[in-house]
Design a protein around this ligand. Structure first.
Ligand code: OGA
Ligand code: NI
Length: 362
């Protein structure tokens, strides 16, 4: 990816001028009141530590609610994910990307199975300066066979495992387990912050189609004209991101629409609510735009975990959160079809507008 393809520069013309402000960052939330001695049942919500003063618990729920409402983004510390688990997986990811393109393309994705490796050349996506490796947390994962609304067929999507490094699979599985646990904690807190029972949303994730994306952003010779990832919103429920010390993630601040850089905090995870939480909460919490800048000197790695419900889930505003005065703002839509449509347009780089929740707006 060292040479700049003229098509790349041409494709950048629609890009907004890059301007970022350094500002007080997104909220940092301490999760240490959770019991660190967690149960092994992954799908159960981790109970808040017994004996913890109720006020501390209420404060945490309030903090989460404020962060979701005002920013759509926050960082968590003392989150219970062992640092070794993260380091082991990050190191495996770096080793994978350090291989030759030819080697990496042995696990390339294709139209039938979207799990795998791709670089900008493979997708003809000349807009983003990055290479990517996608893996689902459940393996196989059950996804719709097509994006066609009437087609009820489903199929199993399987991960492609690279030969190198040999510890890759184990490191992935350990990390994915931790991400799942953390995401359920966060989901419980978000539920509580909406005035709902802690486990109100967990039932949507029994057969979840969550996936982990390894992002590698190589140094870019034209950093002021390019982006690692253009402005976008995440389509799932929650995203839990590990970014390295280089930095580059920017979030659109709700108060004034300025792009604010998310300063790397060692061992923290960056959490954002996705489109599904926006719909469930009937827009009490909004999915916020973000983008990734690149630089000419240092490569950057990031690992988002996209926490997505089961494919058959119909996403719609939660009944408890709508009233006659506050009627539902969205029609129900099928999550699996939404996901399959996104995947397809991402693969084909279709010129048509990608599917958006605004298409279901009442
Ligand atoms: C994404 C994303 C941010 C980053 O992949 O959806 O927003 O810092 N990534 O890599
Ligand atoms: Ni994103």
């Amino acid at each position: 990816m060292g040479e700049v393809d003229p098509a790349f520069i041409q494709a950048l013309e629609h890009r907004p001028k890059l301007s970022t402000i350094e500002a007080q960052g997104i909220p940092v939330i301490d999760l240490s009141i959770f019991d660190s001695n967690e149960s092994s049942n992954l799908s159960s919500i981790q109970p808040l530590k017994a004996g913890v003063e109720g006020r501390q618990r209420v404060n945490l729920v309030e903090e989460i609610g404020e962060a979701c409402k005002n920013w759509g983004f926050f960082q968590v510390i003392n989150h219970g994910v062992p640092l070794e688990t993260r380091e082991k997986f990050e190191s495996a990811a770096r080793k994978f990307f350090a291989q030759s393109t030819e080697e990496k393309r042995k696990v390339r994705r294709d139209e039938v199975n979207p799990q795998g490796y791709y670089d900008t050349e493979l997708t003809k996506n000349v807009r983003d300066w990055k290479e990517v490796f996608d893996l689902t947390v459940k393996n196989p994962a059950v996804i719709p066979a097509s994006y066609q609304p009437g087609d009820r067929e489903v199929r199993e999507s399987v991960n492609r495992w690279p030969e190198y490094p040999p510890e890759f699979r184990e490191a992935f599985e350990e990390y994915a387990t931790e991400m799942e646990k953390l995401s359920h904690k966060l989901l419980g807190l978000i539920s509580l912050s909406l005035g709902l029972p802690e486990n109100r949303l967990s039932g949507f994730f029994n057969d979840h189609i969550s996936f982990i994306r390894l992002n590698h952003y190589p140094p870019c010779p034209i950093p002021h004209q390019a982006l690692g990832v253009g402005r976008h919103k995440d389509g799932g429920a929650l995203t839990v991101l590990a970014q390295d010390e280089v930095g580059g993630l920017e979030v659109k601040r709700k108060t004034d629409e300025e792009w604010v850089r998310v300063k790397p905090t060692p061992d923290a995870y960056i959490v954002n609510v996705g489109d599904i939480v926006q719909v469930w909460s009937n827009e009490k919490y909004e999915s916020v735009e973000h983008r990734v800048t690149v630089n000419s000197e240092r490569e950057r790695f990031s690992i988002p975990f996209f926490f997505n419900p089961d494919h058959h889930v119909m996403v719609e505003p939660l009944e408890e959160l709508t009233t006659e005065q506050n009627p539902p703002k969205y029609r129900a839509y099928n999550w699996g079809k939404f996901f399959a449509t996104r995947r397809r347009s991402n693969f084909k780089k279709l010129d048509v507008e990608n599917i958006q929740i605004s298409h279901f707006k009442i």
